[in-house]
Design a binder for this molecule. Sequence first.
Ligand SMILES: *[C@@H]1O[C@H](CO)[C@@H](O)[C@H](O)[C@H]1NC(C)=O
Ligand SMILES: *[C@@H]1O[C@H](CO)[C@@H](O)[C@H](O)[C@H]1NC(C)=O
Ligand SMILES: *[C@@H]1O[C@H](CO)[C@@H](O)[C@H](O)[C@H]1NC(C)=O
Ligand SMILES: *[C@@H]1O[C@H](CO)[C@@H](O)[C@H](O)[C@H]1NC(C)=O
Length: 374
Amino acid sequence: MKTSNIAAALLTVSPAAVAGWTWTEADGKSINFTSVPGYFVQDDEATSPTGFDYATVNFGLINRTYPTDKRFDAAGEKTQWQRFEAWVKHLNSGCNKKRNVQYKVLFMGRHGEGWHNAAESFYGTPAWNCYWAEQEGNGTATWADPLLTPAGEREAYKANAYFKTRYETEKMPYFESYYASPLSRCTITANLTFADIQLPADRPFVPIVKEGFREGMTVHTCNRRSTKSQISEMFPTYRFEAGFTESDQLWDATESETDEAFAVRAKAVLDDVFITDDKSWISITAHSGAITQLLGALNHRAFRLATGQIIPVLVKAEVIELQPTPVFEAHEPYSTCDAPPVTSIAGQGCVCATATSSALPEPTASEPAECPSV
Ligand SMILES: *[C@@H]1O[C@H](CO)[C@@H](O)[C@H](O)[C@H]1NC(C)=O
Ligand SMILES: *[C@@H]1O[C@H](CO)[C@@H](O)[C@H](O)[C@H]1NC(C)=O
Ligand SMILES: *[C@@H]1O[C@H](CO)[C@@H](O)[C@H](O)[C@H]1NC(C)=O
Ligand SMILES: *[C@@H]1O[C@H](CO)[C@@H](O)[C@H](O)[C@H]1NC(C)=O
C-alpha cells in the first residue's frame, strides 16, 4: 500500500497560471474557505437537498437587498442578479479591500446521467460495486469513462435552456472562467450546457480541464479517464492545466483513493483555482462525490446533487498562516469478485459466487467516491 500524500503532491499544480495571474499574498501560506451564508437558499438548513431543482428557484438566489443597491440601482430597475454581481464586485474591489481576501461565485454542476449510473441502477449496487463496475461494459453499454445516456443529455440541455433564460431575462452575469473534470461525462455536459450560448467576446466558453475536479478514484472503470489526445480530439477548444499528462497516471485498477486523499485533493484544486485565477464568476463541471468534497473544503453544509443538478456558492477565501500538511493513506484496497457476486455485506465486503472472494471490506456507505445513480 502506498502510504504518503503522493496524490496531493501530484495534484498541487504549480501556479503556471493559464491566466497569467498569481495570488501572491497566498505564497507560502494556507487558504481558508468560507461559504458565505444568506445569498443562496442551499446553505440554509431549512432547504432540503432531496428533490431540489435549481431550475425552479433561479438557482436558489435569495431575494434581498445589498449595501451597494443604493448607489448601483437608485432607480430600482436592476435585477437580483445584477445587484448581486455589483455587490460581489464591491467585495473584491471596494475601498476596504484586503489583499489577503478574495470572493468568488462558484457554480458547481454535476454531469448528466452516464451509462455507469444507468448500469448501477440496472444491476443493483452490490453487484455493481463487486463486479460490474470493474468491467468496461456489458456488451450493450460501455461505462469505462462513460458517455451520457439520452436522459443525461436531456439534463444538460435543460441546464443550457435555463442558463439562456437567466442571461436573457434576469441579466445573470456570464461566467468569466470555466473548469471541468477530465472525465467524458463532464467535458460533454459542459459542452452541451454552454457551447451554443452567445457569449461576450471577453467571456468565451473555454474550459480548463483539471485533474483535481475528477471523481473519487475507486477501481471502477468509470473513474479512469481518456488520454489528453482523446479529450482534445473531442473538444479541440478546451485547455488543460499545466502538467496534465497524456495518459491517466492517477487511477489504479486494484486500489482506490481514500476519502482523506480525496478531501485533500478537493482542497488543493480549489487552492489552485484561487491562486491562479483572479476572476469572480466561475463554472465548474464535476461529479457527485467531487462536489461533496468541494463543498466540504468550502465549509458548506452537505448538499448532494442529483445528476444534472447545479449549486452556486458565494465563497470567501482568506489567506491564513501556513497549516500543517496532512498525512494520510493515499490508497486502500477494494473488495471485488471475478464474477457477479451473491451479494455484499456492509463492513464485510463482497460475497462472491466462487472461491475468489477477497476478504477486504467494501467501501462503507459514507464513501462518496462511488458512481451513484441518483
Ligand atoms: C476558517 O474559517 C472558519 C469560518 O468559516 C473558522 O471557523 C475557522 O476557524 C477558520 N480556520 C482557520 C484555520 O483559520
Ligand atoms: C424571488 O422573487 C421572484 C419574483 O418576485 C420569485 O419568483 C422567486 O421565487 C423568489 N425567489 C426566492 C428564492 O424566494
Ligand atoms: C447493460 O447495461 C445497461 C445499463 O447500462 C442495460 O440497459 C442493458 O440492458 C445491459 N445489457 C445486458 C446485455 O444486460
Ligand atoms: C458540443 O455542443 C454543440 C452544441 O450543443 C454540439 O453541436 C456538439 O455536437 C457538441 N460536441 C460534442 C463532442 O458533444
